[in-house]
Design a protein around this ligand. Sequence first.
Ligand code: CMP
Length: 137
Amino acid sequence: MEKTFAIIKPDAFAAGHAGKILARIYAEGFTVVGLKKLYMSKVEAEGFYYVHKARPFFGELTDFMSSGPCVVMVLEAKGAIKKWRDLMGATNPAEAAAGTMRKEFGTSIGNNATHGSDAPETAAFEIPYFFSGLELL
Ligand code: CMP
């Protein structure tokens, strides 16, 4: 079994889509190992997305991620990282396949409804960034 880190981003949370996204996560067979609502600060968002700090959209991305509450999760499944990325769809909702979370709930490349770890090393950084070991028992 593999764990991945997932976010229901501020746009999807504010639009009331968190329940529908969570229902799909369960329907696809993930185990939700950790889940909490939080309101990221700008500094926390900058730390989380530090790998993108040189990108031109870094300011916009971290402003958005600290613009309202989101839901952070740890999901477990066989091949969880790819499985969640497949369910999310392409980064840009305009290019995402029908039925994916970003196609259904995203509105732009920035406001794209969900996040997921892209590799085991990324999950190993992202999971403990927001969850303690005790929260994942
Ligand atoms: P995410 O999977 O959270 O990882 C990094 C995020 O950067 C990505 O989703 C997008 O929401 C965001 N992003 C990528 N490219 C752009 C862009 N050109 N403009 C704004 N945001 C972007």
